[in-house]
Design a protein around this ligand. Structure first.
Ligand SMILES: [Zn+2]
Ligand SMILES: [Zn+2]
Length: 340
């Protein structure tokens, strides 16, 4: 039996191929993929063919934010059955190394993460996946919301790193998908006083709808100065050298900064004397660990609104068009969904 799979053949060019539908192993399930979100990293591979040391040097299937329906289960699978709707956690760690054993499996050096070369993603009709990395989607939650558990997990993991309290003042620098997810996660964790910063008026407006108390349009560096020394917690989700450099200034004494976004250059300057004199902390996050169960519960509660972040839908055969749309509309695109 064959299925369609869309490959990034070369930079900025997709090609659809017919490939064999995979068979699930004893502890795996076969999933009919239903919805896949386009992530910033997918767009980066599409445009540049690489992210840092990860280089696309043979055709690669992109897509890692996915949900679907189980069609077949391996012999040893007990928690899932055909017909179950699931969100798939895209990174499979080795389960054996010291990081895996200590629960920090996001740091596993052997992790196989969808759509990170050489591991294929899921812009395909079917995929196999370990059963324990598939999470049942609650009845009141759609496939597209299930697909968004992936970026939501990043936001939840970022908020897991800090001491969130309702009275704390929080800043989120950059409200693309990950910044939005950090906003949603902060609110879900009890934050009430959140200021967001971005260059896109559209995204700022969206974040106010979601619950940001204040939204600041950053049209010059001076826009930050008014806020110096004000924030207990600063999340950097823009991945931008100049916003990262703002963190020491924006923090209060004893504050916490969290780096989520990846800057395009490796060495970024930070005012270390200021960080020390403020006894401020800088933390980093890399993907997430054990956040899918939390995403499931939050979505089931109906308290978080993921659907309003979806800008547009395309079909799998329009993947080329969908990626070009994202590239040409960065200011107003939050999440583009692909219906499979
Ligand atoms: Zn992603
Ligand atoms: Zn490992």
């Amino acid at each position: 039996m064959k299925m369609k799979a869309v490959y990034l053949e070369k930079i900025k060019h997709f090609e659809t191929k017919e490939i064999e539908i995979p068979e699930p192993g004893p502890e795996e399930v076969l999933i009919k993929v239903k919805m896949v979100g386009i992530c910033g990293s997918d767009v980066h591979y599409f445009e540049n063919g690489r992210i840092g040391e990860f280089v696309v040097n043979k055709p690669l299937i992109l897509g890692h934010e996915a949900a679907g329906e189980i069609v077949k289960v391996g012999k040893k699978v007990k928690n899932l059955k055909p017909g179950d709707r699931v969100a798939m956690e895209p990174g499979i760690p080795c389960r054996k190394c010291r990081y895996c054993k200590s629960g920090r499996y996001n740091l596993c050096p052997e992790v196989k993460f969808w759509a990170t070369p050489p591991i294929d993603g899921v812009f395909t009709e079917y995929t196999v996946h370990p059963a324990d990395f598939c999470f049942k989607i609650p009845k009141n939650v759609s496939f597209e919301e299930g697909a968004m558990f992936e970026p939501l997990s990043v936001g939840l993991w970022a908020t897991e790193q800090v001491d969130l309290k309702p009275e704390k003042k929080i800043a989120i620098l950059g409200v693309g998908t990950i910044g939005m997810m950090t906003l949603i996660s902060s609110i879900a964790n009890g934050a009430t006083n959140i200021t967001v910063f971005d260059i896109s008026p559209y995204k700022l407006e969206k974040s106010e709808e979601i619950g940001a108390k204040e939204a600041v349009l950053v049209d010059s560096k001076e826009k930050f100065e008014k806020y110096y020394g004000q924030f207990d917690i600063v999340f950097e989700a823009a991945g931008n050298e100049s916003t990262i450099s703002q963190i020491p200034y924006l923090l209060t004494k004893g504050g916490e900064g969290v780096l989520i976004g990846l800057p395009s250059k490796d060495d970024v300057s930070l005012n270390i004397n200021m960080l020390i004199s403020k006894e401020a902390k800088i933390k980093t996050v890399f993907r997430y660990a054990n956040m899918y169960p939390r995403a499931v519960e939050l979505a089931a509660s109906g308290k978080i609104k993921l659907k309003s972040l979806i800008t547009k839908y395309y079909n799998l055969n329009q993947l080329q068009e969908a990626f070009e749309y994202v590239i040409n509309n960065r200011e107003k695109v939050i999440k583009v969904m692909i219906k499979i």
